[in-house]
Structure formats: structure tokens, C-alpha cells
Ligand binder design. Structure first.
Ligand code: SF4
Length: 248
């Protein structure tokens, strides 16, 4: 290669880098990329819940939560966390080849920047799920995000925190989960589906038992007797990695 060719290469590379930077800046305005969120953990695992159970998925677990469910299995995410910019989060997510991302918690909507993070992930071409506890307005999330909304039942101690206006914001693509610890919770779930016609709003409704309180076989028996428009659902990641609490 002679000098002229060398300079040509260099110029071409600079031009390409400049073009990439322009595309990046248009797609991701700088101030949004610099916004930060409190993150508990980011990891790749098998999706254990929702209609996408079984698929490889990247989880972004945000720290902090406004509720205190009696059977909470992620208490470690309710406090602490480290501050990370959206740019850093996108880089971490981009280190895997997986295109399905779930933002979870804690309660992700407890941090207002969650919507911007979801928007940036959508723009980067990911399928984005947000799992929320149902106490915060889900309408703040951008179109295209699939909301997986818990409706807390009486045994959680948090049933009074349901933000009922969320029902109007649901789309067919969103999913609803009831975590059940007793017959009382089961009847509550059935009644809520009926009251808000949830089966006509969303394609996927789940009844997920707290196994230490409600054996799956017992829940199955009730569902076979009543045929509620919901699917019995077990946390797949707890079967694959029994006893492992973080990073799965
Ligand atoms: S909403 Fe989720 S993170 Fe918060 S206390 Fe309940 S189960 Fe735990």
C-alpha cells in the first residue's frame, strides 16, 4: 500500500466513523443517553414467566419498590442498586445476542426514567417487556412495550394499591398475572377478571401460585372445576435453578 492509498483509507474510516456518530446522535439524543437509573442487576437468563416463558431474555432489574408484598422473592432489589446511565445499560444489553429484554424490579415504574430506557431499547430494535406491580400508571410507557402487570391479591397485603385506571390502558398484547397464595386469592383473581372483563382486554392472563402456601395441584383442581379464562403458570426459572435467588 502506498501513501496515497493509506491516506484514502484513513479518510474513508474517519468518514464512516463520523456517519456512525451522526446516526447514533440522531437515534439517541445525548441527554437521554446520559439519564441514569438505579440498577440492581443486569443478566441473561431464560424467561421464567409470561407468554414468552422458555425464551432467552435479558433482564434489567431496577432497584427500589413502593410495595411490601408478604411473599416478595426479590427483597434484595428493593434497596441499594448502582447508578448507571442509559448509555451504559444499552452497552451491557448489547453484549449479548439476545433480542428480548425485560425491565423488572423492584418496581420499574418507581423510577420515571424507566420509560426513556424502554423507548431507547425499542429504538434499538429489542422486544421490550416491562413487569410492573400494577400500582403505577402504565400509560407512561411508550407504545410498543409489552406490559406484564401484576394485580396484587389480598394475601400479598397490597391489594389496596391497585391503580384501577390501568385497566383502560391495557392492550391485547399486554399480560396480566395474579400471584395466588390461598383460596381467597384465587376467588379474588376470578372476581377481578370478571369485574374488569380482563379476558376481553388481554390475550394472556396467568394464575401463578406461591408454592410454599398454595400447591400447584390444588390450584389446578380449582381451575379444572371453574374453568376461569386464565392459564396456570409456574416460575420456570425456579425449576431450572432451584434455590438460586439472583441472576436467574
Ligand atoms: S411489588 Fe415486587 S418487588 Fe415490590 S414488594 Fe411486591 S413482589 Fe417485591
Amino acid at each position: 500500500m502506498n501513501d496515497v492509498e493509506g491516506h484514502g483509507e484513513e479518510r474513508r474510516e474517519k468518514k464512516n466513523n463520523l456517519a456512525a456518530a451522526v446516526v447514533w446522535c440522531v437515534k439517541y439524543p445525548k441527554e437521554e443517553l446520559l439519564m441514569s437509573l438505579l440498577i440492581s442487576e443486569i443478566f441473561a437468563s431464560i424467561q421464567g414467566e409470561s407468554s414468552r416463558a422458555g425464551l432467552p431474555c435479558i433482564f434489567i432489574r431496577l432497584a427500589g419498590c413502593n410495595l411490601k408484598c408478604r411473599w416478595c422473592d426479590t427483597t434484595y432489589a428493593k434497596e441499594g442498586g448502582s447508578e448507571k446511565s442509559i448509555n451504559t445499560i444499552l452497552e451491557a444489553v448489547g453484549s449479548w445476542k439476545i433480542r428480548l429484554v425485560e425491565i423488572t424490579g423492584g418496581e420499574p415504574l418507581y423510577q420515571p426514567e424507566c420509560s426513556t430506557l424502554a423507548q431507547q431499547l425499542l429504538q434499538a430494535g429489542y422486544t421490550v417487556l416491562v413487569e410492573t406491580n400494577g400500582s403505577q400508571p402504565i400509560a407512561q410507557l411508550p407504545d410498543g412495550v409489552i406490559r406484564i402487570m401484576d394485580i396484587k391479591c389480598p394475601d400479598s397485603g397490597m391489594a389496596d394499591h391497585f391503580y384501577s385506571a390501568n385497566v383502560e390502558a391495557l392492550t391485547e398484547e399486554d399480560e396480566i398475572k395474579f400471584v395466588l397464595a390461598s383460596r381467597r386469592d384465587y376467588e379474588y383473581g376470578v372476581a377481578m377478571i370478571r369485574q374488569y372483563r380482563l379476558d376481553q382486554r388481554c390475550r394472556h392472563l396467568f394464575f401463578s401460585p406461591v408454592l410454599r402456601d398454595l400447591p400447584a395441584a390444588q390450584l389446578a383442581e380449582w381451575m379444572l372445576a371453574d374453568l376461569p379464562p386464565a392459564r396456570l403458570h409456574l416460575q420456570l426459572h425456579t425449576v431450572i435453578w432451584p434455590g438460586v435467588e439472583r441472576g436467574v
